[in-house]
Design a protein. Structure first.
Length: 139
């Protein structure tokens, strides 16, 4: 019986040793898995931070663009204003051109009138001179 008891005790101790070894190996495996998971989480967080940094830069670029670009309604209002000013200035320029043309044609007419008057005076003087010459020649 003593041998049976010793044999059972030996079996029990070997089983306990095996259980301890299994427990330690499982403990080491769990620690390794936890460390790997922790490294994976850190890498994931770093990648997410990098992605968010890129998104934030994109948002900042959009905000700058929105702040610096002129709105369409404002451009259309400016365009209408410039168009109206151009039309007004074009009308003024057309009136000035018409007035200038009128003045030039009047000046041409006045010049033509003076030329005609000078021609008439010269013709009359020529006739008077001829009449005087004829009167001297004929007694």
């Amino acid at each position: 019986m003593e041998t049976l008891h010793a044999h059972l005790t030996t079996l029990r101790e070997t089983d306990l040793t095996r259980f301890d070894e299994r427990f330690e190996s499982q403990k080491a495996a769990v620690q390794a898995a936890m460390q790997a998971a922790e490294r994976a989480v850190l890498k994931s967080e770093a990648a997410a931070d990098e992605r968010f940094r890129g998104v934030n830069e994109f948002r900042a670029a959009l905000a700058d663009q929105q702040r610096t670009l002129i709105p369409r309604t404002e451009v259309e209002a400016i365009e209408r204003s410039i168009s109206q000013k151009f039309e007004t200035q074009q009308a003024i320029l057309d009136r000035l051109t018409a007035t200038l043309d009128k003045l030039q044609s009047e000046r041409q007419g006045v010049k033509g009138g003076w030329a005609a008057a000078v021609a008439v005076v010269a013709f009359v003087l020529t006739l008077l001179t001829l009449a005087a010459v004829i009167a001297k020649v004929t007694p």
